[in-house]
Structures are given as structure tokens and as C-alpha cells.
Design a protein around this ligand. Structure first.
Ligand SMILES: [Zn+2]
Length: 465
């Protein structure tokens, strides 16, 4: 491809590089396009009166002289949505027409205009008070309400969008290019230099896409799962639910109504148990991430827990529900991998004498090597993981077996079902090999997740179910 033609417009001498602020630059009038007063002043360019304009500014495209009406139009666009939130303040990010950045660059390069002049900042100065007035809320960079607003300018956006699309288009394949035949792709073409002065706009910018979001609110607590056949999160295969209930649905019961949030509520837990495994003892820590809540002033964690506990009595129970912060959420995620867990299980092991049981019960902590279980191999990498069994206690339900209640404590991440059965030799040693018989697991419960969480509050605003 031919190199891009050199710009033909004469380049203005680089003026006032070191003291741009001190003396206004006086470019040859013919070499600049019309500018608004605000841009002429901001760029520190002294212009003849006939080049000053209100609506056809070649630098800001009219954004600054019309800041007030544009801000009002932006605020009007989102007003109805914004007033639905009980947030007292808002943060705002305003996207301006894409052509502004290259136009500023070319003005600085060709006229020595003041580089640090920013249309964005100038626009915000005028726009924020107008938006505060229309929205009836105060501006705060901290949010929690975040407005993402756009001002577009179709006249100048379209050519830029076309250029971007062209640059992204994959190069055409040569005739002989294909499998095993490599052809050097042509170097990406240089963007066409912006003419100077840039084209004079004939239309004014308008309101583009606008979105309103609230920072997430997080609720933490612990859950008990008292019944089997409840998955931790919604479990669907080919559109079919595999369990009637999920823990995530139970513990977030009523929350979407209370907060008028987006319906998808995030769920994080310190580890997980299978659908057929109960979660007993003091429960497992979890976090609910409430996205885009319209109402947070009325969030009552105690009432929420009580509602869930009544609705799902005997199935899923929530305790210590409270509002938590981001750092506290991290403790739950870390806890998943670090904390020890205790379990009890019902094991079928025929032909075991009491002497063997006593031997097992006297074992000190020992290591097991677990190759990824066959049942999860389709979604987890095939790895060997060493895990520690801290202690194990076996007790026959009736003298002589073959049913045993087995309690044990292991390092986080150990697969208990496989430790009992041996998983066709993939877990070594297993309870089966230790007993010298085939042991099968009939029921499993998690009885302790050793993570003290959520942290106690000074004035604990939480349920004590
Ligand atoms: Zn301007």
C-alpha cells in the first residue's frame, strides 16, 4: 500500500512551548476554523471576531457553548430512572463525541494551542450543577449511584466509526493463502491525518446512550442445609432443573422485592457441598451480592433471614445475616481453600472387626493422595492433590457392623466420598484400603466449616437463628 500522503496544509510554527500560558498565540486567521469563545480562550488563541461562533466550533463541536442545555437533556433522559434509587448522591462519567480528542490534538499541533485545556473538565464544571438541580441529588465521586452518560455527534462520529471498522476488518486472503501457506499480512494502514482546520460542524451534539447503576450491596451470613437434594446454586441441565430448590434461592428469598435490585443476585460461599450432602453444625459462610438495588435504606438483614427461615423451615436456614464489605467478602473466598472441614458419614463396610476399627480410631493425622475423582473429571483438570486427614472416628451403628457412623476432619478441598471408597484406586490410602474391605458411602454431612465469619459487629445487627 502507498504510504499516506504527507499533509499539505502548512504547519504553523511551534509556538510558546515553554510558556503557553503567558502570551496568547496569534495564528494566521486563515489557518484556524471557527471557534467558540470558550475554546478560543481555553486554547489561548486570539481570534478575529468573524471566526468566533456559538454553534460551529471546530474544536468542541458546540459542546461547551451548549453545555447547559446538553446537561439538562442528559439529566432529563435519566431522571425518571434516577429518582427510583434512594441514593442521596451520584457520580457521573460523561462520554463526549469521539472527534473531540483528535481535534484537540490537531489544534495543539498546528497552532500551539494550550495542550492542558480539556473540554471534558470544562463541560463537567457547567453540567454538574445543572444535573444536581434536575435530579435533586448531590454529586459525589464516591457514588453510590453511577451515571454513565454519552453525548454523541453523528456528523463526526460516523466517519470515525467507519475508519475503526475498516482497521478491524481482517485482511483479504491471498489466492494461495490457506492451510500451510502463510502470506505476510499487509501493514495496518496509518489513520488518515485530520485536515486542518477540521471540518466545520453543521449540527449540534445530541444525547447518546445513558445507563444508571448502583454499586453492589453485599449481605453475608451462614447457611444450614437440613435436607438432601438441594443444590447450592441453581442446577440446570439442558434447561431442566435438577433440584427443586437451591441454597442461593432460599437465602436470598425476598431480597429482590426488598431492594428492587436486578433479579440476578450474586452468590459466593466458602466452598460447596454436593446436592445430596447436608450442611449442618454452625453452617457455611456465604455472601449475596445485590446488584443495582433501588432501595437500600430499608434493608433489614434480620427480617430477611426470618422470612427465609419461615419459608424454608426444615430445609435451609440462615443465621448471622448482616451487611458486609468488599474486604470481608475476600475472607470468604480465601476461606474456601484454606479452612479445615469436619464431616460425618454413614458407611457400609462388611467384614470389619472391632480391632480394625480401634486401629483406625487411633491413627494420627495422615496424608492421602487424591487424583481428580472420576465423577468431576469432565470439569476439573486431572491432577494429584495431597490432602491431610487430621483425625477419623468410626463407630458401628450396631455391634459388628456393617453400618458405621464415620466422623473425620480434613484439609479444605479433600473429596470425602472418594476417600471412603478409594475411587478405583485414584485416592490412596482410602478407608477401603485401610480397612481391607470395600467401603461404600451412603450419606454425607458437612458438620463444620472452620471459618469464623461474618465478623462480629460492635452492635451486631444480625439474626441469631
Ligand atoms: Zn468550542
Amino acid at each position: 500500500m502507498d504510504p499516506a500522503p504527507a499533509p499539505t496544509t502548512p504547519v504553523a510554527p511551534p509556538a510558546h512551548e515553554s510558556s503557553a500560558a503567558a502570551v496568547p498565540v496569534v495564528p494566521a486567521a486563515a489557518s484556524v476554523g471557527p471557534l467558540c469563545n470558550l475554546c478560543a480562550t481555553g486554547l489561548r488563541l486570539s481570534l478575529p471576531a468573524e471566526l468566533l461562533t456559538q454553534s460551529s466550533c471546530t474544536h468542541c463541536l458546540g459542546v461547551l457553548p451548549h453545555a447547559d442545555s446538553l446537561a439538562r437533556a442528559l439529566a432529563d433522559t435519566v431522571r425518571e430512572e434516577v429518582v427510583a434509587y434512594d441514593a442521596p448522591s451520584f457520580a457521573v462519567e460523561i462520554m463526549l463525541p469521539r472527534a473531540l480528542a483528535p481535534r484537540h490534538t490537531v489544534y495543539v499541533e498546528r497552532t500551539g494551542g494550550y495542550i492542558a485545556f480539556e473540554v471534558r473538565k470544562e463541560f463537567a464544571k457547567s453540567a454538574v450543577p445543572v444535573m444536581e438541580e434536575v435530579l435533586g441529588k448531590t454529586y459525589s465521586a464516591e457514588g453510590p449511584l453511577r451515571l454513565l452518560l454519552a453525548i454523541t455527534h453523528a456528523e463526526t462520529d460516523a466517519p470515525i466509526a467507519a475508519r475503526v471498522a475498516e482497521a478491524r476488518r481482517p485482511a483479504k486472503r491471498g489466492r494461495f493463502e490457506g492451510k500451510g501457506c502463510k502470506v505476510d499480512s499487509p501493514a495496518p494502514s496509518e489513520p488518515e491525518p485530520l485536515p486542518f482546520p477540521p471540518s466545520t460542524p453543521t449540527t449540534l451534539p445530541t444525547v447518546g446512550a445513558c445507563t444508571v447503576r448502583r454499586d453492589p450491596i453485599r449481605l453475608g451470613g451462614r447457611y444450614l442445609k437440613l435436607e438432601r437434594h438441594i443444590s447450592q446454586t441453581l442446577w440446570r441441565i439442558k434447561g431442566q432443573r435438577k433440584t427443586e430448590l437451591s441454597v442461593a434461592e432460599c437465602v436470598s428469598f425476598g431480597l429482590a422485592d426488598m431492594t428492587q435490585c436486578d433479579t440476578e443476585i450474586g452468590f459466593i460461599a466458602a466452598g460447596r457441598e454436593d446436592a445430596d450432602v447436608r450442611m449442618l453444625g454452625t453452617g457455611r459462610p456465604f455472601v449475596l451480592e445485590v446488584r443495582n438495588a433501588r432501595k437500600v435504606d430499608g434493608i433489614d438483614p434480620v427480617a430477611l433471614a426470618e422470612r427465609a427461615n419461615t419459608e424454608f423451615a426444615g430445609k435451609v436456614q440462615v443465621s448471622r445475616m448482616c451487611v458486609v464489605n468488599k474486604d470481608e467478602v475476600k475472607q470468604v473466598k480465601d476461606g474456601e481453600e484454606l479452612k479445615a472441614k469436619e464431616y460425618t458419614c454413614l458407611v457400609w463396610a462388611p467384614g470389619v472387626d472391632q480391632r480394625k476399627v480401634d486401629e483406625i480410631n487411633a491413627l494420627p493425622a495422615f496424608q492421602i493422595d487424591q487424583q481428580t475423582p472420576l465423577r468431576v473429571l469432565h470439569r476439573r483438570p486431572n491432577l494429584m492433590r495431597p490432602k491431610t486427614v487430621y483425625w477419623i472416628r468410626m463407630e458401628p451403628l450396631r455391634e459388628g457392623g456393617p453400618l458405621y457412623r464415620v466422623a473425620l476432619e480434613t484439609q479444605a478441598g479433600a473429596y470425602i466420598k472418594e476417600f471412603i471408597t478409594g475411587d478405583t484406586g485414584r485416592t490412596r490410602p482410602s478407608l477401603s484400603t485401610l480397612l481391607g474391605t470395600h467401603a461404600d458411602i451412603l450419606e454425607l454431612d458437612v458438620t463444620k466449616v472452620a471459618l469464623e465469619w461474618p465478623p462480629a459487629r460492635k452492635s451486631q445487627h444480625s439474626s441469631t437463628a
